[in-house]
Design a protein around this ligand. Structure first.
Ligand SMILES: Nc1ncnc2c1ncn2[C@@H]1O[C@H](COP(=O)(O)OP(=O)(O)OP(=O)(O)O)[C@@H](O)[C@H]1O
Ligand SMILES: [Mg+2]
Length: 565
Protein backbone atom coordinates (compact mmCIF):
# COMPACT_ATOMS: atom_id res chain seq x y z
CA UNK A 1 0.00 0.00 0.00
CA UNK A 2 2.76 2.36 0.92
CA UNK A 3 6.07 1.60 -0.70
CA UNK A 4 9.34 1.43 1.15
CA UNK A 5 11.11 3.99 -1.00
CA UNK A 6 8.58 6.57 0.16
CA UNK A 7 9.39 5.86 3.79
CA UNK A 8 13.06 6.29 3.02
CA UNK A 9 12.60 9.86 1.84
CA UNK A 10 14.00 12.31 4.37
CA UNK A 11 11.51 13.49 6.99
CA UNK A 12 8.68 11.15 6.04
CA UNK A 13 9.00 8.99 9.11
CA UNK A 14 9.02 12.04 11.37
CA UNK A 15 5.79 13.22 9.82
CA UNK A 16 3.94 10.05 10.71
CA UNK A 17 3.18 10.75 14.41
CA UNK A 18 1.86 14.19 13.52
CA UNK A 19 -0.37 12.85 10.76
CA UNK A 20 -1.51 10.09 13.09
CA UNK A 21 -2.49 12.64 15.71
CA UNK A 22 -4.41 14.65 13.13
CA UNK A 23 -6.19 11.50 11.96
CA UNK A 24 -7.16 10.83 15.57
CA UNK A 25 -8.57 14.34 15.97
CA UNK A 26 -10.45 13.93 12.77
CA UNK A 27 -11.96 10.68 14.01
CA UNK A 28 -13.02 12.37 17.24
CA UNK A 29 -14.56 15.22 15.24
CA UNK A 30 -16.45 12.80 12.99
CA UNK A 31 -17.83 10.88 15.94
CA UNK A 32 -18.73 14.06 17.85
CA UNK A 33 -20.37 15.54 14.79
CA UNK A 34 -22.48 12.41 14.24
CA UNK A 35 -23.47 12.00 17.88
CA UNK A 36 -24.57 15.61 18.33
CA UNK A 37 -26.38 15.72 15.02
CA UNK A 38 -28.27 12.58 16.05
CA UNK A 39 -28.96 14.07 19.49
CA UNK A 40 -30.30 17.31 17.98
CA UNK A 41 -32.54 15.45 15.53
CA UNK A 42 -33.79 13.08 18.24
CA UNK A 43 -34.58 16.06 20.49
CA UNK A 44 -36.52 17.79 17.74
CA UNK A 45 -38.38 14.52 17.03
CA UNK A 46 -39.32 14.44 20.71
CA UNK A 47 -40.77 17.94 20.24
CA UNK A 48 -38.21 19.72 22.31
CA UNK A 49 -37.81 23.38 21.37
CA UNK A 50 -34.89 24.66 19.32
CA UNK A 51 -33.62 26.60 22.35
CA UNK A 52 -33.55 23.39 24.39
CA UNK A 53 -31.47 21.79 21.67
CA UNK A 54 -29.19 24.82 21.15
CA UNK A 55 -26.43 23.24 23.21
CA UNK A 56 -26.19 20.06 21.16
CA UNK A 57 -26.68 21.94 17.85
CA UNK A 58 -23.78 24.15 18.81
CA UNK A 59 -21.65 21.14 19.74
CA UNK A 60 -22.42 19.60 16.34
CA UNK A 61 -21.29 22.79 14.68
CA UNK A 62 -18.12 22.93 16.79
CA UNK A 63 -17.15 19.35 15.83
CA UNK A 64 -17.94 20.12 12.22
CA UNK A 65 -15.55 23.08 12.38
CA UNK A 66 -12.91 20.98 14.14
CA UNK A 67 -13.06 18.45 11.32
CA UNK A 68 -12.59 21.13 8.69
CA UNK A 69 -9.79 22.68 10.70
CA UNK A 70 -7.94 19.36 10.96
CA UNK A 71 -8.30 18.91 7.19
CA UNK A 72 -7.01 22.39 6.56
CA UNK A 73 -4.00 22.03 8.85
CA UNK A 74 -3.11 18.66 7.39
CA UNK A 75 -3.33 19.99 3.86
CA UNK A 76 -1.05 22.91 4.74
CA UNK A 77 1.53 20.67 6.39
CA UNK A 78 1.53 18.21 3.53
CA UNK A 79 1.67 20.89 0.85
CA UNK A 80 4.66 22.48 2.45
CA UNK A 81 6.37 19.20 3.19
CA UNK A 82 5.82 17.78 -0.30
CA UNK A 83 6.92 21.01 -1.93
CA UNK A 84 10.22 21.12 -0.05
CA UNK A 85 10.85 17.45 -0.51
CA UNK A 86 10.21 17.71 -4.25
CA UNK A 87 12.58 20.63 -4.51
CA UNK A 88 15.27 18.77 -2.67
CA UNK A 89 14.68 15.70 -4.81
CA UNK A 90 14.92 17.73 -8.00
CA UNK A 91 18.14 19.34 -6.88
CA UNK A 92 19.69 16.00 -5.96
CA UNK A 93 18.55 14.48 -9.20
CA UNK A 94 20.03 17.28 -11.27
CA UNK A 95 23.30 17.09 -9.36
CA UNK A 96 23.39 13.37 -9.97
CA UNK A 97 22.71 13.81 -13.67
CA UNK A 98 25.50 16.34 -13.97
CA UNK A 99 27.84 13.94 -12.25
CA UNK A 100 26.77 11.07 -14.47
CA UNK A 101 27.57 13.13 -17.53
CA UNK A 102 26.38 13.11 -21.12
CA UNK A 103 26.97 9.44 -21.86
CA UNK A 104 24.59 8.46 -19.06
CA UNK A 105 21.90 10.73 -20.41
CA UNK A 106 22.44 9.17 -23.80
CA UNK A 107 21.93 5.79 -22.21
CA UNK A 108 18.81 6.78 -20.26
CA UNK A 109 17.36 8.76 -23.14
CA UNK A 110 17.29 12.53 -23.23
CA UNK A 111 13.51 12.64 -23.27
CA UNK A 112 13.20 10.30 -20.31
CA UNK A 113 15.70 12.31 -18.33
CA UNK A 114 13.90 15.57 -19.05
CA UNK A 115 10.50 14.04 -18.31
CA UNK A 116 11.77 12.60 -15.03
CA UNK A 117 13.21 15.89 -13.88
CA UNK A 118 10.20 17.95 -14.92
CA UNK A 119 7.01 15.95 -14.60
CA UNK A 120 8.36 12.98 -12.65
CA UNK A 121 9.08 15.17 -9.65
CA UNK A 122 5.62 16.75 -9.84
CA UNK A 123 4.09 13.30 -9.81
CA UNK A 124 6.12 12.40 -6.76
CA UNK A 125 5.04 15.60 -5.04
CA UNK A 126 1.42 14.76 -5.66
CA UNK A 127 2.04 11.21 -4.54
CA UNK A 128 3.46 12.35 -1.21
CA UNK A 129 0.55 14.70 -0.62
CA UNK A 130 -2.08 12.13 -1.38
CA UNK A 131 -0.75 8.94 -0.03
CA UNK A 132 0.68 9.88 3.35
CA UNK A 133 -2.47 11.25 4.93
CA UNK A 134 -4.86 8.88 3.21
CA UNK A 135 -3.07 5.79 4.34
CA UNK A 136 -3.04 6.91 7.95
CA UNK A 137 -6.68 8.00 7.79
CA UNK A 138 -7.61 4.65 6.37
CA UNK A 139 -5.81 2.82 9.13
CA UNK A 140 -7.06 4.89 12.07
CA UNK A 141 -10.44 6.49 11.39
CA UNK A 142 -12.52 3.37 10.58
CA UNK A 143 -11.26 1.66 13.75
CA UNK A 144 -12.26 4.59 15.93
CA UNK A 145 -15.67 4.94 14.30
CA UNK A 146 -16.29 1.23 14.55
CA UNK A 147 -15.61 1.33 18.30
CA UNK A 148 -18.18 4.12 18.66
CA UNK A 149 -20.71 2.07 16.67
CA UNK A 150 -20.08 -0.96 18.89
CA UNK A 151 -21.19 1.09 21.87
CA UNK A 152 -24.21 2.49 20.00
CA UNK A 153 -25.46 -0.71 18.36
CA UNK A 154 -23.37 -3.87 18.25
CA UNK A 155 -25.54 -5.52 15.57
CA UNK A 156 -24.75 -2.78 13.06
CA UNK A 157 -21.10 -2.95 14.10
CA UNK A 158 -21.02 -6.60 13.08
CA UNK A 159 -22.41 -5.81 9.61
CA UNK A 160 -19.79 -3.12 9.16
CA UNK A 161 -17.04 -5.42 10.38
CA UNK A 162 -17.94 -8.17 7.94
CA UNK A 163 -18.21 -5.97 4.86
CA UNK A 164 -15.04 -3.95 5.38
CA UNK A 165 -12.53 -6.75 4.64
CA UNK A 166 -14.57 -7.74 1.58
CA UNK A 167 -14.20 -4.26 0.16
CA UNK A 168 -10.50 -4.27 0.94
CA UNK A 169 -9.86 -7.66 -0.66
CA UNK A 170 -11.62 -6.53 -3.80
CA UNK A 171 -9.64 -3.34 -3.85
CA UNK A 172 -6.31 -5.14 -3.45
CA UNK A 173 -7.16 -7.49 -6.29
CA UNK A 174 -7.93 -4.65 -8.63
CA UNK A 175 -5.01 -2.67 -7.26
CA UNK A 176 -2.51 -5.26 -8.45
CA UNK A 177 -3.85 -5.12 -11.99
CA UNK A 178 -3.85 -1.35 -11.81
CA UNK A 179 -0.22 -1.38 -10.75
CA UNK A 180 0.80 -3.31 -13.85
CA UNK A 181 -1.25 -1.04 -16.09
CA UNK A 182 0.19 2.09 -14.51
CA UNK A 183 3.72 0.78 -14.95
CA UNK A 184 2.99 0.22 -18.64
CA UNK A 185 1.49 3.67 -18.89
CA UNK A 186 4.57 5.25 -17.34
CA UNK A 187 6.81 3.27 -19.66
CA UNK A 188 4.97 4.46 -22.73
CA UNK A 189 5.09 7.99 -21.36
CA UNK A 190 8.89 7.75 -21.18
CA UNK A 191 9.03 6.26 -24.65
CA UNK A 192 6.93 9.08 -25.97
CA UNK A 193 9.13 11.71 -24.31
CA UNK A 194 12.27 10.16 -25.77
CA UNK A 195 10.81 9.74 -29.17
CA UNK A 196 9.47 13.26 -29.28
CA UNK A 197 12.61 14.98 -28.10
CA UNK A 198 14.89 12.94 -30.34
CA UNK A 199 12.76 13.74 -33.36
CA UNK A 200 12.71 17.37 -32.40
CA UNK A 201 16.46 17.49 -32.15
CA UNK A 202 16.92 15.76 -35.46
CA UNK A 203 14.20 17.69 -37.24
CA UNK A 204 16.61 19.51 -39.57
CA UNK A 205 18.16 16.22 -40.68
CA UNK A 206 14.76 14.58 -41.01
CA UNK A 207 13.51 17.39 -43.21
CA UNK A 208 16.68 17.30 -45.24
CA UNK A 209 16.15 13.65 -46.09
CA UNK A 210 12.40 14.14 -46.56
CA UNK A 211 11.63 11.86 -43.63
CA UNK A 212 9.76 14.30 -41.41
CA UNK A 213 6.31 13.03 -42.51
CA UNK A 214 7.20 9.46 -41.68
CA UNK A 215 8.43 10.60 -38.30
CA UNK A 216 5.26 12.55 -37.64
CA UNK A 217 3.39 9.29 -38.15
CA UNK A 218 5.63 7.42 -35.80
CA UNK A 219 5.19 10.07 -33.10
CA UNK A 220 1.46 9.85 -33.66
CA UNK A 221 1.66 6.10 -33.19
CA UNK A 222 3.63 6.42 -29.96
CA UNK A 223 1.24 8.99 -28.57
CA UNK A 224 -1.70 6.73 -29.51
CA UNK A 225 -0.07 3.95 -27.54
CA UNK A 226 0.28 6.27 -24.59
CA UNK A 227 -3.38 7.26 -24.91
CA UNK A 228 -4.48 3.62 -24.98
CA UNK A 229 -2.39 2.82 -21.93
CA UNK A 230 -3.83 5.84 -20.10
CA UNK A 231 -7.39 4.92 -20.99
CA UNK A 232 -6.86 1.34 -19.88
CA UNK A 233 -5.61 2.59 -16.53
CA UNK A 234 -8.53 4.97 -16.18
CA UNK A 235 -11.05 2.27 -17.06
CA UNK A 236 -9.64 0.11 -14.35
CA UNK A 237 -9.67 2.98 -11.89
CA UNK A 238 -13.36 3.55 -12.62
CA UNK A 239 -14.14 -0.11 -12.19
CA UNK A 240 -12.24 -0.19 -8.95
CA UNK A 241 -14.11 2.79 -7.55
CA UNK A 242 -17.40 1.42 -8.72
CA UNK A 243 -16.73 -1.89 -7.00
CA UNK A 244 -15.78 -0.19 -3.80
CA UNK A 245 -18.74 2.16 -3.82
CA UNK A 246 -21.00 -0.76 -4.53
CA UNK A 247 -19.75 -2.68 -1.50
CA UNK A 248 -19.89 0.35 0.74
CA UNK A 249 -23.43 1.27 -0.35
CA UNK A 250 -24.58 -2.31 0.06
CA UNK A 251 -23.21 -2.41 3.54
CA UNK A 252 -24.71 0.95 4.53
CA UNK A 253 -28.05 -0.09 3.07
CA UNK A 254 -28.08 -3.29 5.13
CA UNK A 255 -27.27 -1.32 8.25
CA UNK A 256 -30.10 1.11 7.43
CA UNK A 257 -32.55 -1.69 6.66
CA UNK A 258 -31.95 -3.52 9.92
CA UNK A 259 -32.03 -0.28 11.90
CA UNK A 260 -35.36 0.66 10.29
CA UNK A 261 -36.91 -2.74 10.97
CA UNK A 262 -35.79 -2.64 14.59
CA UNK A 263 -37.00 0.92 14.99
CA UNK A 264 -40.48 -0.07 13.81
CA UNK A 265 -40.52 -2.91 16.32
CA UNK A 266 -39.19 -0.50 18.95
CA UNK A 267 -36.17 -2.70 19.54
CA UNK A 268 -33.86 0.27 19.32
CA UNK A 269 -34.09 3.90 20.32
CA UNK A 270 -33.99 6.68 17.76
CA UNK A 271 -30.72 8.23 18.99
CA UNK A 272 -28.38 5.24 18.60
CA UNK A 273 -30.09 4.29 15.33
CA UNK A 274 -29.64 7.77 13.86
CA UNK A 275 -26.06 8.11 15.07
CA UNK A 276 -25.14 4.70 13.63
CA UNK A 277 -26.73 5.58 10.31
CA UNK A 278 -24.78 8.84 10.12
CA UNK A 279 -21.53 7.10 11.06
CA UNK A 280 -21.84 4.20 8.62
CA UNK A 281 -20.82 6.17 5.47
CA UNK A 282 -18.04 7.87 7.44
CA UNK A 283 -16.72 4.43 8.28
CA UNK A 284 -16.12 3.71 4.59
CA UNK A 285 -15.11 7.21 3.57
CA UNK A 286 -11.34 7.01 4.21
CA UNK A 287 -11.16 3.77 2.22
CA UNK A 288 -13.04 5.33 -0.69
CA UNK A 289 -10.90 8.43 -0.59
CA UNK A 290 -7.79 6.32 -0.68
CA UNK A 291 -9.10 4.25 -3.56
CA UNK A 292 -10.19 7.22 -5.62
CA UNK A 293 -6.67 8.64 -5.50
CA UNK A 294 -4.93 5.32 -5.66
CA UNK A 295 -4.47 5.44 -9.43
CA UNK A 296 -3.23 8.99 -9.31
CA UNK A 297 -0.62 7.90 -6.78
CA UNK A 298 0.54 4.95 -8.88
CA UNK A 299 2.11 7.30 -11.41
CA UNK A 300 3.91 9.04 -8.59
CA UNK A 301 5.09 5.72 -7.30
CA UNK A 302 6.50 4.78 -10.71
CA UNK A 303 8.11 8.19 -11.07
CA UNK A 304 9.73 7.81 -7.65
CA UNK A 305 11.01 4.39 -8.67
CA UNK A 306 12.58 5.75 -11.84
CA UNK A 307 14.13 8.66 -9.93
CA UNK A 308 15.58 6.19 -7.46
CA UNK A 309 16.93 4.13 -10.36
CA UNK A 310 18.81 7.16 -11.66
CA UNK A 311 20.06 8.02 -8.17
CA UNK A 312 21.37 4.48 -7.77
CA UNK A 313 23.45 4.54 -10.96
CA UNK A 314 27.17 4.19 -10.50
CA UNK A 315 28.74 7.51 -11.40
CA UNK A 316 32.05 5.88 -12.20
CA UNK A 317 30.69 3.97 -15.14
CA UNK A 318 29.77 7.07 -17.04
CA UNK A 319 32.13 9.52 -15.49
CA UNK A 320 34.65 11.49 -17.41
CA UNK A 321 38.29 11.50 -16.53
CA UNK A 322 38.88 14.19 -13.94
CA UNK A 323 42.05 15.55 -15.48
CA UNK A 324 44.74 14.87 -18.00
CA UNK A 325 46.21 11.45 -17.37
CA UNK A 326 49.79 11.37 -16.23
CA UNK A 327 51.02 7.81 -16.39
CA UNK A 328 53.26 7.10 -13.42
CA UNK A 329 54.85 4.26 -11.51
CA UNK A 330 51.58 3.64 -9.63
CA UNK A 331 49.15 4.06 -12.49
CA UNK A 332 46.99 1.08 -13.35
CA UNK A 333 45.01 0.13 -16.41
CA UNK A 334 42.80 -2.91 -16.57
CA UNK A 335 40.95 -4.20 -19.59
CA UNK A 336 37.92 -6.25 -18.64
CA UNK A 337 36.28 -8.48 -21.22
CA UNK A 338 37.07 -5.79 -23.74
CA UNK A 339 35.80 -6.57 -27.23
CA UNK A 340 35.54 -4.78 -30.52
CA UNK A 341 33.74 -6.66 -33.23
CA UNK A 342 33.21 -5.17 -36.67
CA UNK A 343 30.11 -5.94 -38.68
CA UNK A 344 31.85 -8.97 -40.15
CA UNK A 345 32.29 -10.39 -36.60
CA UNK A 346 36.06 -9.95 -36.86
CA UNK A 347 38.09 -7.81 -34.49
CA UNK A 348 39.14 -8.66 -30.92
CA UNK A 349 37.19 -10.47 -28.20
CA UNK A 350 37.19 -10.69 -24.41
CA UNK A 351 40.57 -9.13 -23.72
CA UNK A 352 41.51 -9.19 -20.02
CA UNK A 353 44.79 -7.53 -19.12
CA UNK A 354 46.06 -5.75 -16.01
CA UNK A 355 48.91 -3.29 -16.37
CA UNK A 356 50.71 -1.31 -13.71
CA UNK A 357 53.43 1.31 -13.87
CA UNK A 358 55.98 1.81 -16.64
CA UNK A 359 55.92 -1.09 -19.06
CA UNK A 360 56.86 -1.81 -22.63
CA UNK A 361 54.27 -4.08 -24.13
CA UNK A 362 54.51 -5.74 -27.49
CA UNK A 363 51.40 -6.82 -29.38
CA UNK A 364 52.21 -9.67 -31.70
CA UNK A 365 50.23 -12.01 -33.88
CA UNK A 366 49.66 -12.94 -37.48
CA UNK A 367 48.23 -10.43 -39.89
CA UNK A 368 44.56 -9.88 -39.05
CA UNK A 369 44.94 -11.16 -35.49
CA UNK A 370 43.67 -7.84 -34.08
CA UNK A 371 46.81 -5.91 -33.12
CA UNK A 372 45.71 -2.66 -34.74
CA UNK A 373 42.18 -3.03 -33.44
CA UNK A 374 43.34 -3.44 -29.85
CA UNK A 375 45.86 -0.64 -30.21
CA UNK A 376 43.26 1.75 -31.62
CA UNK A 377 41.02 1.06 -28.64
CA UNK A 378 43.89 1.72 -26.27
CA UNK A 379 44.69 4.92 -28.13
CA UNK A 380 41.07 6.02 -27.84
CA UNK A 381 40.33 5.94 -31.56
CA UNK A 382 37.92 3.03 -31.45
CA UNK A 383 35.02 2.56 -29.05
CA UNK A 384 34.80 -0.97 -27.65
CA UNK A 385 31.63 -2.83 -28.49
CA UNK A 386 31.50 -4.39 -25.02
CA UNK A 387 33.48 -4.76 -21.83
CA UNK A 388 35.00 -2.02 -19.77
CA UNK A 389 38.28 -0.44 -18.76
CA UNK A 390 39.47 0.56 -15.34
CA UNK A 391 41.93 3.39 -15.17
CA UNK A 392 43.26 3.98 -11.64
CA UNK A 393 40.05 2.40 -10.29
CA UNK A 394 37.83 4.60 -12.42
CA UNK A 395 35.57 2.51 -14.60
CA UNK A 396 35.25 3.63 -18.21
CA UNK A 397 33.41 2.23 -21.16
CA UNK A 398 36.00 3.54 -23.60
CA UNK A 399 39.18 5.59 -23.76
CA UNK A 400 37.86 7.96 -26.39
CA UNK A 401 37.99 10.96 -24.10
CA UNK A 402 40.23 13.85 -25.04
CA UNK A 403 41.86 13.79 -21.62
CA UNK A 404 43.18 10.33 -22.41
CA UNK A 405 44.12 11.11 -26.01
CA UNK A 406 45.93 14.26 -24.97
CA UNK A 407 48.20 12.19 -22.76
CA UNK A 408 49.27 9.79 -25.43
CA UNK A 409 51.12 9.64 -28.66
CA UNK A 410 49.71 7.40 -31.35
CA UNK A 411 51.50 6.36 -34.49
CA UNK A 412 48.89 4.47 -36.50
CA UNK A 413 49.77 1.79 -39.00
CA UNK A 414 49.07 4.22 -41.84
CA UNK A 415 50.66 7.44 -40.71
CA UNK A 416 48.78 10.48 -41.72
CA UNK A 417 50.49 13.38 -43.42
CA UNK A 418 48.64 16.69 -43.35
CA UNK A 419 48.68 19.03 -46.26
CA UNK A 420 51.02 21.52 -44.57
CA UNK A 421 54.69 22.38 -44.28
CA UNK A 422 57.14 19.74 -43.13
CA UNK A 423 57.68 21.81 -39.99
CA UNK A 424 53.99 21.86 -39.05
CA UNK A 425 53.61 18.20 -39.83
CA UNK A 426 56.34 17.35 -37.39
CA UNK A 427 55.13 19.80 -34.76
CA UNK A 428 51.81 17.95 -34.68
CA UNK A 429 51.96 17.14 -30.95
CA UNK A 430 54.13 20.13 -29.99
CA UNK A 431 52.96 23.17 -31.95
CA UNK A 432 55.41 25.46 -30.15
CA UNK A 433 58.62 23.53 -30.83
CA UNK A 434 61.55 25.51 -32.20
CA UNK A 435 63.22 24.78 -35.54
CA UNK A 436 66.21 23.45 -33.70
CA UNK A 437 64.08 20.90 -31.88
CA UNK A 438 62.34 19.96 -35.14
CA UNK A 439 65.68 19.40 -36.83
CA UNK A 440 66.90 17.18 -34.00
CA UNK A 441 63.72 15.13 -34.31
CA UNK A 442 64.27 14.79 -38.06
CA UNK A 443 67.80 13.66 -37.41
CA UNK A 444 66.69 11.00 -34.91
CA UNK A 445 64.12 9.69 -37.37
CA UNK A 446 66.77 9.47 -40.04
CA UNK A 447 65.15 12.07 -42.26
CA UNK A 448 68.12 14.37 -42.54
CA UNK A 449 69.23 13.05 -45.89
CA UNK A 450 65.82 13.97 -47.25
CA UNK A 451 66.28 16.87 -49.52
CA UNK A 452 63.53 19.00 -48.02
CA UNK A 453 63.45 22.26 -46.10
CA UNK A 454 61.14 22.81 -43.17
CA UNK A 455 58.99 25.15 -45.22
CA UNK A 456 58.31 22.68 -48.00
CA UNK A 457 54.70 21.65 -48.42
CA UNK A 458 54.03 17.94 -48.11
CA UNK A 459 50.83 15.88 -48.07
CA UNK A 460 48.07 16.32 -50.61
CA UNK A 461 49.08 18.93 -53.21
CA UNK A 462 52.64 19.02 -51.95
CA UNK A 463 55.65 16.79 -52.45
CA UNK A 464 54.89 13.11 -52.58
CA UNK A 465 56.67 10.95 -50.06
CA UNK A 466 57.37 7.24 -49.94
CA UNK A 467 55.82 5.00 -47.31
CA UNK A 468 59.11 4.88 -45.43
CA UNK A 469 59.42 8.67 -45.48
CA UNK A 470 55.91 9.15 -44.19
CA UNK A 471 56.60 6.69 -41.42
CA UNK A 472 59.72 8.60 -40.44
CA UNK A 473 57.78 11.83 -40.30
CA UNK A 474 55.36 10.13 -37.92
CA UNK A 475 58.32 8.96 -35.88
CA UNK A 476 59.88 12.40 -35.72
CA UNK A 477 56.59 13.61 -34.22
CA UNK A 478 57.23 11.11 -31.48
CA UNK A 479 60.81 12.28 -31.03
CA UNK A 480 59.64 15.84 -30.65
CA UNK A 481 56.92 15.18 -28.13
CA UNK A 482 58.13 15.51 -24.57
CA UNK A 483 55.52 15.01 -21.93
CA UNK A 484 53.25 12.36 -23.37
CA UNK A 485 53.53 9.43 -21.04
CA UNK A 486 51.65 6.82 -23.05
CA UNK A 487 52.81 5.62 -26.47
CA UNK A 488 50.79 3.57 -28.91
CA UNK A 489 52.93 2.58 -31.86
CA UNK A 490 51.51 0.47 -34.66
CA UNK A 491 54.34 -1.07 -36.65
CA UNK A 492 56.37 2.14 -36.50
CA UNK A 493 59.17 0.73 -38.60
CA UNK A 494 57.32 -1.56 -40.98
CA UNK A 495 58.07 0.44 -44.10
CA UNK A 496 61.77 0.80 -43.45
CA UNK A 497 64.52 -1.42 -44.72
CA UNK A 498 66.20 -3.45 -42.04
CA UNK A 499 69.41 -1.36 -41.82
CA UNK A 500 67.55 1.91 -41.42
CA UNK A 501 65.18 0.26 -38.99
CA UNK A 502 67.95 -0.97 -36.72
CA UNK A 503 69.60 2.44 -36.86
CA UNK A 504 66.41 4.27 -35.89
CA UNK A 505 65.55 1.64 -33.29
CA UNK A 506 68.56 2.78 -31.30
CA UNK A 507 67.00 6.25 -31.23
CA UNK A 508 63.55 4.96 -30.41
CA UNK A 509 64.55 2.78 -27.46
CA UNK A 510 65.41 5.63 -25.05
CA UNK A 511 62.07 7.18 -25.96
CA UNK A 512 60.27 4.15 -24.54
CA UNK A 513 61.70 4.47 -21.04
CA UNK A 514 59.49 5.54 -18.12
CA UNK A 515 56.32 5.36 -20.13
CA UNK A 516 53.49 3.01 -20.85
CA UNK A 517 54.27 1.72 -24.31
CA UNK A 518 52.19 -0.44 -26.63
CA UNK A 519 53.99 -1.53 -29.74
CA UNK A 520 52.38 -3.67 -32.39
CA UNK A 521 55.03 -5.35 -34.47
CA UNK A 522 55.90 -8.05 -36.94
CA UNK A 523 59.60 -7.70 -36.29
CA UNK A 524 61.30 -10.20 -34.08
CA UNK A 525 64.15 -7.98 -32.94
CA UNK A 526 61.82 -5.75 -30.88
CA UNK A 527 60.61 -8.55 -28.67
CA UNK A 528 63.60 -9.05 -26.33
CA UNK A 529 63.50 -5.31 -25.60
CA UNK A 530 59.95 -5.47 -24.28
CA UNK A 531 58.78 -6.21 -20.74
CA UNK A 532 55.63 -7.99 -21.79
CA UNK A 533 54.41 -9.66 -24.94
CA UNK A 534 50.72 -10.07 -25.68
CA UNK A 535 50.16 -12.79 -28.21
CA UNK A 536 47.02 -12.42 -30.28
CA UNK A 537 45.40 -14.99 -32.50
CA UNK A 538 42.16 -14.43 -34.37
CA UNK A 539 41.21 -11.62 -32.02
CA UNK A 540 41.85 -13.56 -28.82
CA UNK A 541 44.74 -13.55 -26.38
CA UNK A 542 46.83 -16.72 -26.79
CA UNK A 543 49.43 -15.85 -24.20
CA UNK A 544 50.86 -13.10 -22.03
CA UNK A 545 54.35 -13.01 -20.61
CA UNK A 546 57.89 -11.94 -21.21
CA UNK A 547 59.53 -12.94 -24.47
CA UNK A 548 61.62 -15.58 -22.72
CA UNK A 549 58.68 -17.00 -20.79
CA UNK A 550 56.52 -17.31 -23.85
CA UNK A 551 59.35 -18.78 -25.85
CA UNK A 552 59.81 -21.44 -23.22
CA UNK A 553 56.15 -22.28 -22.63
CA UNK A 554 54.04 -21.25 -25.59
CA UNK A 555 54.08 -23.53 -28.57
CA UNK A 556 52.09 -21.11 -30.71
CA UNK A 557 54.52 -18.30 -29.89
CA UNK A 558 57.47 -20.40 -31.06
CA UNK A 559 55.67 -21.08 -34.33
CA UNK A 560 55.01 -17.40 -34.80
CA UNK A 561 58.62 -16.51 -34.07
CA UNK A 562 59.70 -18.89 -36.77
CA UNK A 563 57.37 -17.25 -39.25
CA UNK A 564 58.62 -13.81 -38.24
CA UNK A 565 62.30 -14.58 -38.60
N1 LIG B 1 37.20 -1.39 -40.31
C1 LIG B 1 37.07 -2.69 -40.34
N2 LIG B 1 35.93 -3.28 -40.75
C2 LIG B 1 35.78 -4.61 -40.76
N3 LIG B 1 36.72 -5.47 -40.37
C3 LIG B 1 37.91 -4.98 -40.00
C4 LIG B 1 38.15 -3.56 -39.94
N4 LIG B 1 39.39 -3.35 -39.48
C5 LIG B 1 39.90 -4.58 -39.26
N5 LIG B 1 39.03 -5.55 -39.56
C6 LIG B 1 39.21 -7.00 -39.39
O1 LIG B 1 39.48 -7.25 -38.03
C7 LIG B 1 40.53 -8.22 -37.90
C8 LIG B 1 41.67 -7.63 -37.11
O2 LIG B 1 42.27 -6.59 -37.88
P1 LIG B 1 43.52 -5.74 -37.40
O3 LIG B 1 43.77 -4.70 -38.40
O4 LIG B 1 43.29 -5.33 -36.00
O5 LIG B 1 44.64 -6.85 -37.44
P2 LIG B 1 46.20 -6.64 -37.32
O6 LIG B 1 46.65 -7.69 -36.37
O7 LIG B 1 46.54 -5.24 -37.03
O8 LIG B 1 46.68 -7.02 -38.79
P3 LIG B 1 47.99 -6.49 -39.53
O9 LIG B 1 49.12 -7.25 -38.94
O10 LIG B 1 47.75 -6.89 -40.94
O11 LIG B 1 48.09 -5.04 -39.34
C9 LIG B 1 40.90 -8.61 -39.29
O12 LIG B 1 40.22 -9.80 -39.61
C10 LIG B 1 40.40 -7.50 -40.17
O13 LIG B 1 40.02 -7.98 -41.42
MG1 LIG C 1 47.58 -3.84 -37.97
Amino acid sequence: MIDKSLLELPGVRKLFPLLGLLAFFQAVAIAGQALFLAATLTGLWERKTMSQMAYSAFAFFAFFMLRELVNFIRQKILDKFAYHLAQELRENLLKKIFKLGPSAIEELGTGTTAATVISGIDLVENYIKLVLSKVLNMMLIPVFIWLVVVVLDWRSAIILLITFPLAIVFMILLGYTAQARAARQYESFQLLSNHFLDSLRGIATLKYFGKSKAYANSIHKTSEEFRTATMATLRLAMLNNFALDFFATLSIASVALFLGLRLMDSHILLFPALATLILAPEYFLPLREFASDYHATLNGKNALASINDVMALDENIFSELPEKVKWSEDSELKLKQLSKLYENERGVKDINISLKGYQKIALVGASGSGKSTLLSMLAGFLTPSSGSLELNSQILSSLTENKWRESLLFIPQQSYIFSASLRDNIRFYEPNATDEEVNTALQLAGLKELDLSLDDQIGAGGRTLSGGQMQRIALSRAFLSKDRSILCLDEPTAHLDIETELEIKENILPLLENKLVFLATHRLHWLPEMDLVILLDEGEVRGIGSHEELKATNHYYRELLEEMS
